[in-house]
Design a binder for this molecule. Sequence first.
Ligand SMILES: NC(=O)C1=CN([C@@H]2O[C@H](COP(=O)(O)OP(=O)(O)OC[C@H]3O[C@@H](n4cnc5c(N)ncnc54)[C@H](O)[C@@H]3O)[C@@H](O)[C@H]2O)[C@@H](O)CC1
Ligand SMILES: [K+]
Length: 505
Amino acid sequence: MKILSLHQIREADCFTIEHEPIASIDLMERASRAFVNWFCKSFETGDYKVKVFCGLGDNGGDGLAISRMLHPLGYDVEVYVVKYSSKESDNFNININRLKTQIEVNVIDDEQFTLSLNSGDIIIDALLGSGISRSIEGLLKTVVEQINKSEAMIISVDIPSGLLADKPNNQSDTIIKAFHTVSFQVPKLAFMLPQNAEFVGNWHIVDIGLHQTFINKAEVVFFYSTPQEVEKLIKPRAKFSHKGTYGHALLIAGSYGMMGAAILSARACMRSGVGKLTVHSISSGLPILQTVLPEAMYWEVLNDDKFLTTDFKIEDLNSRFQAVGVGPGIGVYEETGISLIKLCRLCKELVIPMVLDADALNIFASQFGDDFTNEIPENSILTPHPKEFRNLVNQSWNNDYEKLELLRKLAIQNKLIVCLKGANTAIALPNGTIHFNSSGNAGMATAGSGDVLTGIITALLAQGYSPDEAAILGVYMHGKAGDIAAEKFGMTSMIASDIIENIRF
Ligand SMILES: NC(=O)C1=CN([C@@H]2O[C@H](COP(=O)(O)OP(=O)(O)OC[C@H]3O[C@@H](n4cnc5c(N)ncnc54)[C@H](O)[C@@H]3O)[C@@H](O)[C@H]2O)[C@@H](O)CC1
Ligand SMILES: [K+]
């Protein structure tokens, strides 16, 4: 699903009005109806009040239309218009006249006004929408602060009032803290970013019928990968296939005291459909690996019992492996760094796709400095978490928008696929697009979870998925497995092994 910029959302509105064609006020009516349908599905009528706070622009117009629609359905609706200016939008004025025949409208025009809000109330926030052009101040600020202080459930129309849709707010900005945000047609970039989680809450998209021709043509940088879109990438297994059909993966993982990382990534790799798997690890880890994962083959490090010191040769890899995953638990020993560079150079020469994770990234950051990307083959997949990412790019950021730009730059300049892990993992592709993942939960913030992801993506590469597909599908399936695990064990109790057991291709 495309994430349109604010400018494109405006254009989509105008295009729809002109080409459907539909009057602006009727489009607002359709948007408000879509909100009301969501609301009625989510909340039955009951012994509580729905308090709708409206601004003076089109977001306020939505609030008025929503109030008019909810009232006859049996909801106990109270309407408040915050008169922070003398200018109202045309659609606001039409809707206030339509509403006045039905419900009394309370006007707030004095900063001394104290709102009476109860914990059982539902507040609908229609103060400001995507048209916000400056920080909230004065009367609006007082109202938003009182709403945020209340214990009522807050539901924002389109976007939490005060939040900018696609650029950073000032840290001191006053913004509604919604429990739900019900947004029109497309998610806003702001919803994807950790810094806005406390304002956006749980977000939902409702279809308001903006013109598909415009949306299809719109060129965008950001995408939200819906489950339907991603699951379409899964290749069915052919009836007459054999293990050779699904590739041979090499996983390089584990060191002294870190064999768990090797086990987790290897198990996840096997569960993700790879034909054959060889794990390259220290010899003292071999008995453990062979016991827990008899399905895999092992290639031990000969000289060392603690870490990887392999002098990789072309014949070790040539015509043997379709994908190489490296990093989980390998440690950041200098000797391992030397082996890693040899490996990368060979993979580059033989054009074997790579996944680089965890300690492989830490080695690059600590031993190779800013030039680290020179050694990494093009189209490799990197899977850093934010701290690893910061070390890799050797730069910090002031807000999540700057972080996204650094991510994009890394992917474009070095032709890499970089998966920045976290809620809504952001996957940056060499073509400059960023794809936000839709699956997963906070229970996945647990040791070993990243090792599992490395195993999954390596398996997909070995099966012939393109690096772009392997990253997007792998991250999604990892999150989906985490969601199933969370349902079974609870977010707090689930562990990385539970994610593996619930991988479902
Ligand atoms: N245009 C359309 O066809 C549709 C618009 N819709 C609604 O329209 C909204 C956008 O409407 P608007 O562009 O009128 O935007 P708003 O409703 O956000 O209102 C913006 C107005 O408030 C003023 N303003 C901006 N920042 C302010 C601030 N910090 N303090 C006080 N005043 C401020 C602006 O000058 C402008 O007049 C969407 O979020 C959505 O809710 C929907 O009804 C769907 C269809
Ligand atoms: K709003």
